[in-house]
Design a protein around this ligand. Structure first.
Ligand code: NAG
Ligand code: NAG
Ligand code: NAG
Length: 399
């Protein structure tokens, strides 16, 4: 063999290794997912490399690559799009052009991106907002919020909460022609986390008389305590969101110091003084048999109290809505939860469904057997359209 042949072979093997992604049989359009995963891998590897060289924080490089998918707030024949601020928080507002005598429904939407990435103006979110307006004849508020690594918890939560407080004022709803009895909140991933946290916080807020009629949580992140749930074990390397990336997102929400991330990876971040909190995220009692199959529950190992003292946010219910007690859960509105089988966050969503039902809250759980994290926002995937359709139908009937 000549040198060229060897070189070609080597490039081929490396290339195949890079593209290689073992997938379960029931994944629709596997090549589309493999291609997307190759693009994601390229961006994350680039970001890791830049971080290793000390050039740029990992998240800032990824954010830069994503910025090319931003679209300006452009109105079309059916929808007027504008940008403004609610309580100093930048939001995008989508209103139907069609005149209406009756008051409309309102949806407050929160984008995902691990509290570090994304914006209301990303192509996928912008188009979802337009479609929501068209399908529901509703007013959609798509909020932004400050992101890590520059800003940490509770800034993300507070920004969203402040924007919600502004929107839920009678005079503001009047201005947009929105029916105060038909306002909902929705978000995906980290946006689902913020939607759940904000909805809980609203319950006890005496200043806000108008409450949400529904909450919709799309593959939400809901707990920081146990990073060894069956869904984390089964999907730790699944395309789209690996365990290591999710742990990085969680820890970046609280701090840029990597010591929290390392402790979380080994599930050694919760101090023994907080062990009573594990009852709220105990998958052994909160997951249906089907999802526990083949897994053995081991009591989480405990860390020192140093991390919890430095970064108390990770034990805060505003960051981890699963930590709320039943008394608080009881007052939550009608809830829609989407979970995906191939998602490290699957069991967060399922445990919340169990806890809400135990507390007497009406919950509709839509588990996508062939779904994976982020599927709703991946443009062009059949599964994305399918989930979007189910989501819109549910909103249409219940909001
Ligand atoms: C506007 O609405 C009409 C009727 O529903 C639809 O056919 C058209 O594609 C919409 N336009 C855009 C830009 O979405
Ligand atoms: C990060 O946290 C660890 C453990 O709390 C501490 O020892 C270390 O000094 C911190 N590093 C920085 C750069 O602050
Ligand atoms: C979790 O639930 C199992 C079974 O329901 C129980 O045996 C175990 O003690 C619980 N552990 C914690 C930490 O709550």
């Amino acid at each position: 063999m000549g040198k060229k042949t060897i070189l070609l072979l080597l490039v081929g093997i490396l290339g195949a290794y890079y593209v290689h992604t073992p997938l379960p049989d029931n994944i629709e359009e596997p090549w589309r997912l493999i291609w997307m995963n190759t693009q994601l891998k390229t961006v994350t590897n680039l970001a890791l490399f830049a971080e290793l060289l000390g050039i740029n924080h990992f998240m800032n490089t990824v954010m830069f690559c994503m910025s090319f998918q931003e679209v300006p707030p452009t109105s079309d024949e059916n929808v007027t799009v504008m940008e403004t601020t609610f309580n100093n928080v930048p939001v995008r507002i989508y209103t139907p052009n069609r005149k209406s005598e009756a008051l409309r429904r309102g949806l407050f939407f929160i984008h995902g991106g691990g509290w570090c990435l994304g914006s209301a103006g990303l192509f996928g979110y912008d188009i979802l907002s337009r479609r929501t307006v068209n399908r529901l004849d509703a007013v959609v508020i798509s909020t932004n919020y400050r992101l890590a690594p520059k800003y940490h918890f509770p800034n993300q939560f507070e920004d969203v909460y402040n924007a919600v407080r502004w929107f839920l004022r009678q005079d503001v709803l009047d201005k947009f022609g929105v029916d105060p009895k038909r306002v909902g909140i929705s978000g995906d991933s980290a946006g689902g986390n913020l939607a759940a946290a904000v909805t809980q916080q609203l319950i006890g807020d005496p200043d806000i008389k108008i409450k949400f009629k529904i909450q919709s949580l799309i593959y939400p992140a809901l707990q920081t305590l146990d990073m060894d749930l069956p869904s984390y074990r089964e999907n730790s390397h699944f395309p789209g969101l690996s365990k290591s990336l999710m742990v990085r997102f969680w820890s970046e929400y609280f701090t840029t110091n990597r010591s929290l991330e390392n402790a979380m990876l080994f599930n050694q971040h919760v101090p023994v003084e907080s062990s009573h909190l594990f009852q709220f995220v105990n998958w052994s009692s909160l997951l249906p048999e089907k999802f526990k199959k083949g897994h053995i529950y081991s009591s989480p190992t405990h860390g020192t109290s140093e991390l919890a003292e430095k970064y108390p946010g990770f034990l805060d219910v505003r960051a981890a809505p699963l930590l709320a007690d039943d008394r608080k859960l009881r007052s939550l509105p009608l809830t829609y939860v989407i979970t995906c089988q191939y998602d490290v966050l699957r069991d967060d969503g399922i445990m919340y469904v169990t806890r809400l039902r135990n507390a007497g809250v009406r919950v509709i759980h839509n588990h996508i057997e062939d779904g994976f994290h982020g599927a709703l926002s991946y443009h062009g995937f059949k599964i994305g359209y399918r989930i979007e359709n189910q989501y819109m139908s549910w909103l249409s009937e219940n909001l």
